[in-house]
Design a protein around this ligand. Structure first.
Ligand SMILES: Cc1cc2nc3c(=O)[nH]c(=O)nc-3n(C[C@H](O)[C@H](O)[C@H](O)COP(=O)(O)OP(=O)(O)OC[C@H]3O[C@@H](n4cnc5c(N)ncnc54)[C@H](O)[C@@H]3O)c2cc1C
Length: 264
């Protein structure tokens, strides 16, 4: 039986979210929250592996208390256990501090064969956390996985897709695998599984629960060597259009415009 950990981040619905232009921060109250779409593919990959070989799936997230809802969603989709890392000392984390905190929790969980995560998130979008977690745990990682070719009790074979080429890679366990959206089509939770998940308990681990696994100066704002100085939201560019009823009139205007720009 394989022990599988899936990293799940709660993100705002990116179609609806607004930015607070004064603080440069995402106004999370402006949109409903959901599981990062790429993490649904990671969870689906875990479920398919479990269906083939048997296993136990733990969904792990760091975030505010509201992220319990996303973890319940993960349980409704088939995760066996869910852990939320929540503490005000974890707040203000950059990707490195986030990775230290997630890696500490994974060390505490102790036994794992495969860690699955999404290629990136739709809000932070750095694509750094998976690789950082693997480095901190000193295990191999495979990124941009678009296909899982085979999984056995000891190893996994995957296709990793980069801009230049596709690679078939194999790794023994433990390994961290970061998936793209091509890897599968995530299943939807059923009404019955949703009801069951509502009653399931999401474990909450605070900073003191990670003591011995996480150095206090490696998490949250204090453990973040980088900070966001400014966020600029690009304004939408609108096309300028003009309608001419006569072809000659339109052509004359076009020629005048090209001449004024030195194009003809
Ligand atoms: C320089 C910098 C400063 C920042 N400062 C702040 C700040 O002050 N306050 C603040 O709220 N945020 C801050 N952030 C954002 C915060 O660091 C990110 O939300 C977090 O590190 C995850 O990064 P990401 O969203 O780019 O994930 P990615 O690296 O794109 O995610 C890859 C995968 O890792 C997993 N993953 C990522 N994050 C989590 C998580 N939290 N729990 C479980 N799995 C996860 C998911 O599977 C995801 O698909 C900052 C980010 C940067 C780059």
């Amino acid at each position: 039986m394989l022990n599988i950990i899936v990293l799940v981040k709660q993100v705002p619905d990116i179609e609806k979210v607004r930015f607070d232009m004064e603080t440069g921060r995402i106004d999370r109250s402006s949109a409903p929250a959901e599981i990062n779409p790429f993490d649904l593919n990671a969870l689906e990959a875990a479920l398919q592996i479990k269906e083939k070989l048997g296993g136990f799936i733990t969904a792990l997230s760091m975030g505010p208390m509201q992220a319990v809802n996303s973890l319940r969603d993960a349980m409704a989709r088939g995760a066996d256990d869910a852990i939320l890392l929540e503490d005000r000392r974890f707040a203000g984390a950059d990707t490195l501090a986030t990775s230290h905190t997630l890696a500490a929790a994974i060390r505490k969980i102790g036994s794992y064969d495969i860690i699955l995560c999404g290629e990136k998130t739709v809000d932070g979008d750095t694509g750094q956390v998976g690789a950082e977690v693997a480095e901190l745990l000193e295990i191999p990682h495979i990124y941009y996985v678009s296909r899982i070719v085979n999984v056995s009790e000891k190893s996994i074979t995957v296709v990793s897709e980069t801009e230049d080429a596709s690679y078939v890679l194999e790794s023994d366990f433990p390994v961290l695998v970061s998936v793209t959206r091509d890897v599968n089509k995530p299943r939807l939770p059923t009404l019955k599984s949703k009801m069951k998940a509502m009653k399931s308990q999401v474990k909450i681990w605070h900073a003191e629960d990670l003591s011995g696994f996480l150095e206090p100066d490696k998490t949250g704002y204090a453990g973040s060597p980088t900070s966001v100085q400014k966020v600029v939201v690009q304004g939408e560019k609108t096309r300028q259009g003009r309608v001419y009823r006569q072809v000659e009139e339109g052509l004359a205007e076009l020629i005048r415009l090209f001449e004024s720009k030195g194009l003809i």
